[in-house]
Write a protein that binds this ligand. Structure first.
Ligand SMILES: [Zn+2]
Length: 97
C-alpha cells in the first residue's frame, strides 16, 4: 500500500473581474405556494432593493429571498497572498505560540 504525500500549495481566492456579479430577489410570501415573483438578474443590490420596494407597493408583499452570485478565481500564489490587506498579512506572518 502506498501513501500519498500532499504538499501545501498556497492559493488565493478572488472575484473574477471579467464577470459581473449577479443580484436578484424572489418573493417568498405565501403559505402552501409562494408568490414567486422574480426580479431576474439585476446590476446591483440597490436595483434589487428598488425592485422589492416596487413589488411591495403593487402587492403589499414584504418578504423576499435575495441572492448574490459571483464568479471566483483561485490563483496560485507563491508566498503570502498578495491581495490581502496589510493587517491580515501581518496576522498570517506572526508565528503561533
Ligand atoms: Zn409577491
Amino acid at each position: 500500500m502506498s501513501r500519498a504525500t500532499f504538499r501545501y500549495v498556497p492559493f488565493t481566492t478572488s472575484q473574477d473581474p471579467a464577470v459581473e456579479p449577479e443580484y436578484s430577489a424572489y418573493c417568498v410570501v405565501g403559505e402552501a405556494e409562494s408568490c414567486g415573483a422574480n426580479s431576474g438578474i439585476l446590476a446591483g443590490a440597490i436595483a434589487v432593493d428598488d425592485w422589492m420596494r416596487g413589488r411591495m407597493k403593487e402587492t403589499g408583499h414584504t418578504e423576499f429571498r435575495r441572492r448574490f452570485d459571483d464568479f471566483a478565481i483561485l490563483r496560485r500564489s507563491d508566498g503570502l497572498p498578495t491581495e490581502l490587506e496589510r493587517a491580515r498579512v501581518e496576522r498570517v506572518t506572526v508565528p503561533s505560540a
